[in-house]
Ligand binder design. Structure first.
Ligand SMILES: Cc1cc2nc3c(=O)[nH]c(=O)nc-3n(C[C@H](O)[C@H](O)[C@H](O)COP(=O)(O)O)c2cc1C
Length: 462
């Protein structure tokens, strides 16, 4: 039977995760505090190498269960897209190019409970403080839907939101991408920017929020393409922005033109308490939610959840872009050691002389956050830090193979940048010269014999 939007909800996806692997969803009945506890459980599990979806039934007596850590494991991204885990990056790129126009409905489950005017109170939601350094309570899973002030095209993007009052949020547009561009034009026209903030839904809603492409692309069409069925939407109640009717919670409101207020510090993907912010303010005009809504949080900071969300779409996009121009680019990784944002590793098959540097330069131009790109041959696994460091140790000479571009635009959140400017480094760690030695290898038959021997010794096949 063809799938409908009712099959693409947060709850249906968690059921799917549990059906795939019952141990991958932990339901916690014990009462936990609103602030700090949820994050501490996720981070402690991460320290032990575990990354289950966490579902807290009793957060400080709030009526909404809290779900987090959903995006901490890449296998769940593959499950959400219905692709094999080892094809995630390539298939993400393909599915991200598919477009399906949304279909309009009058209303849906998101309208079960609607609060407007004086009834709006963000304090009713279990919005929590995550890390000790945070300036306050933050929505970490807010996907902002906004319309281009000139064309009406819809954009979706994640933005952190600090609770400032019953109907007031502080936010930051530091990625300086489409919403930042919309906001600049809106302010030039002297207009506030109407928005809908989606908190919780099927993972493809989040993937749409992370999708980066031409500014003229309607990202509700991208979400439909990733789901494989049109997204069902309904008109906003207080804003001229449509909302996905199967989401868990939606806030409607407007980003105020020409208003700036201190926002942060907040624990960011860099592993630091970031004080840097573009300091916008959102006035909330309505809160919509399902009757039995789940509050979906993303573990911020340099958690596996936050950093994987940054890495997966970037790897897919950069691989696609580079491969178009350099078909011998075979793989791309954004390693966690580089915050999944600031460093990239690129593998190439037999690069021509000087080609590795061109590819690295193209990557730096494509992604303003990158500050270090290491290019290796395709015998090196770019998803393994130690393999890349080994290639640097044995194939690279610093005086010839490292290039530095000074004073380029960088990631605002990188605490080492000065006035938004950074140095960009290219490290060509590919083998050069016909006389470069071969890697040592084992004889295949000896490996087979060794496996048999080891299997017998331990009583199971190796
Ligand atoms: C969990 C999470 C939180 C994010 N928070 C912010 C934020 O507070 N401000 C920001 O500018 N970008 C933030 N980003 C990055 C943007 O959402 C991302 O760059 C997005 O692709 C931009 O969309 P666009 O290219 O359609 O404009 C966040 C990303 C994630 C995964």
């Amino acid at each position: 039977m063809a799938k409908t939007n009712a099959d693409f909800t947060l709850r249906s996806f968690i059921d799917q995760v549990a059906a795939d692997d019952a141990a991958a969803v932990w339901r916690i009945a014990n009462k936990v505090n609103l602030d700090h506890d949820v994050t501490a459980v996720a981070m402690e599990l991460e320290r032990r190498g575990c990354s289950p979806v966490l579902w807290f039934d009793n957060v400080a007596g709030y009526p909404f269960p809290v779900v987090c850590n959903l995006f901490a494991d890449r296998r769940r991204y593959a499950l959400a897209l219905g692709v094999p885990p080892d094809r995630l990056i390539r298939d993400w790129g393909v599915l991200g190019e598919r477009r399906l126009s949304p279909v309009g409905r009058e209303q849906g489950p998101i309208h079960d409970v609607v609060a407007t005017g004086n009834e709006v109170d963000l304090g009713r939601l279990p919005i929590m403080q995550h890390f000790a350094c945070d300036a306050g309570r933050y929505i970490t899973n807010g996907v902002v839907i906004a319309k281009d002030p000139d064309t009406g095209v819809r954009n979706a993007s994640f933005h952190r939101m600090q609770v400032k009052g019953k109907n007031r949020l502080g936010t930051s547009l530091h990625s300086r991408r489409h919403l930042w561009n919309y906001m600049r034009r809106s302010e030039e026209q002297g207009r506030h920017m109407p928005v809908a903030v989606v908190i919780g839904g099927h993972p493809t809603l989040a993937f749409g929020g992370l999708w980066k492409g031409p500014i003229g692309t309607d990202e509700y069409e991208v979400i439909g393409g990733m789901m494989g069925t049109p997204l069902e939407i309904a008109p906003g109640i207080t804003v001229p922005v449509e909302v996905p009717i199967h989401a868990e919670i939606v806030l409607e409101g407007r980003i105020l033109a020409d208003v700036r207020e201190a926002e942060g510090p907040f624990a960011e993907f860099t592993g630091y308490a970031s004080k840097r912010s573009t300091e916008q303010v959102i006035e909330v005009t309505a809160i919509l939610h399902r009757r039995d809504a789940l509050y979906h949080d993303i573990v911020p900071g340099i958690s596996d959840e936050h950093t994987s969300l940054l890495a997966v779409p970037q790897e897919a996009r950069l691989l696609g872009t580079l491969h178009t121009h350099y078909p011998n680019v075979t793989d791309v990784a954004y390693p966690k050691s580089g915050t999944c944002r600031l460093h990239a590793y690129i593998a190439m098959h037999r690069p021509a002389p000087g080609q590795a540097k061109l590819v690295a330069a193209a990557a730096l131009g494509d992604d303003l956050s990158l500050k270090c790109v290491v290019v290796v041959d395709d015998d090196v696994d770019v998803h393994d830090d130690s393999a890349v460091l080994w290639a640097m140790a044995t194939r690279m000479q610093a005086d010839q193979d490292i290039d530095v571009i000074r004073n380029a635009m960088g990631a605002i959140l990188d605490p080492s940048t000065r006035d938004g400017l950074t140095a960009k480094m290219i490290i060509d760690s590919t083998c050069r010269g016909a006389d470069f030695p071969d890697r040592h290898t084992l004889e295949a038959k000896a490996v087979a014999r060794a496996r048999e021997l080891i299997g017998k010794k331990f009583g199971r096949p190796a």
